[in-house]
Design a protein around this ligand. Structure first.
Ligand SMILES: [Zn+2]
Length: 338
């Protein structure tokens, strides 16, 4: 693509980069650009960003269709996370999504090498105990004795629930994390995504499927939700904890299409969901929502403040004000009762 017919602006950019970064580096960048193919819609901007941010080749893909099935994807802005990515909004269901985004293989590579590595495994179990206690209360409310944890990480939730006579299993895409959980917590962890686990024929036997802060990492959340549904026994419930996409939406309003801005979503997230958007996606996946509420926070020095925010948001929701807490829980049941 970079012959004499390349646009003048691109040729000028290449000349500039050769002066500042050297022939070898520019050659590498041009090869990477070629490998990305049609996914790069602005090669001049991509080359400039890749040179300044010192990109190593990381595969990306453009999303043509939202997880809700609509092709009404509107570009909002651009941000950098391992590569030059885009932020878009679906005009049909209201979710924010990354496009272009890292491919599933690239995501798994990043998770496999750097997952939760900033602290020892036991730290994460202790830090998330307030969240686990809230999930336990929800499971008691719906009288669930068996659970499948999607995106279980080390399996701390499963170990926590076990002490309250709730048994179960989970899945996780990070190999080292699964190995640690099996060896140190004795939990039943499957290596892979929930869609891969369902494909092995595990069966619809669980009273609850729980997924804490994981749905934004999957390429197709609706397909993921449908797979979760297949793990539930008749009448079983799905319990999701999610970061509230309202903040991402607010940040997205400050972006301009074509310009690079601050990341709108937390690192690695492919989607941002508000409670309203989640209701729509759950309906697409064959669920009816039973309840939505503010989610408990991890154990940090700000826990009392967060607790007050949850109480305020819960009260405000009674008079129709959308949940504004950083995270929310949503409980749903298969809409056909099965
Ligand atoms: Zn959509």
């Amino acid at each position: 693509m970079l012959d004499e017919h390349a646009p003048v602006a691109l040729q000028q950019q290449i000349v500039r980069l050769r002066r500042s970064h050297g022939e070898l580096r520019v050659q590498q960048l041009l090869e990477d650009l070629d490998r990305h193919g049609d996914v790069i819609d602005d090669p001049v901007l991509w080359l400039d960003t890749a040179a300044k941010r010192r990109f190593r080749y990381t595969p990306i893909e453009a999303v043509q269709r939202c997880t809700c099935g609509a092709d009404t994807i509107v570009p909002v802005g651009r941000f950098v996370y391992w590569n030059l990515l885009g932020i878009c909004r679906c005009a049909t269901c209201g979710v924010l999504l990354a496009s272009p985004r890292l491919t599933d293989a690239a995501m798994r590579g990043i998770f496999g090498s750097s997952y939760f590595k900033s602290q020892p495994p036991a730290f994460w179990g202790e830090r998330r105990e307030p969240i686990f206690a809230e999930i336990l209360a929800l499971l008691h409310r719906y009288e669930c004795r068996t659970v499948f944890d999607v995106g279980a990480a080390y399996g701390h939730l499963l170990a926590y629930l076990c002490t309250s006579a709730i048994s179960g299993a989970g899945c996780e895409v990070s190999g080292p994390t699964v190995a640690w959980g099996r060896a140190n917590l004795g939990v039943d962890l499957h290596l892979g995504s929930v869609q891969e686990v369902v494909a092995t024929g595990i069966g619809s036997t669980f009273a609850a499927v729980v997924s804490l802060d994981t749905l934004y990492y999957t390429a197709s959340p609706v397909d993921e939700l449908r797979a979760m549904r297949r793990l539930l026994r008749p009448g079983g419930v799905l319990v999701l904890r999610l970061r509230n996409g309202l903040r991402s939406l607010a940040r997205a309003l400050m972006h301009r299409p074509g310009r690079i801005g601050a990341p709108v979503m937390p690192a690695g997230h492919l989607w941002a969901f508000t409670p309203t958007a989640m209701r729509r996606l759950l309906a697409f996946a064959g669920f009816e929502v039973l309840e939505t509420g503010p989610a408990a926070y991890s154990r940090t020095s700000l826990l009392p403040l967060h607790g007050a925010a949850c109480a305020t948001s819960r009260a405000a929701a009674r008079v129709g004000i959308p949940l504004f807490t950083r995270s929310f829980n949503i409980v749903a049941r298969a809409s056909d009762g099965g």
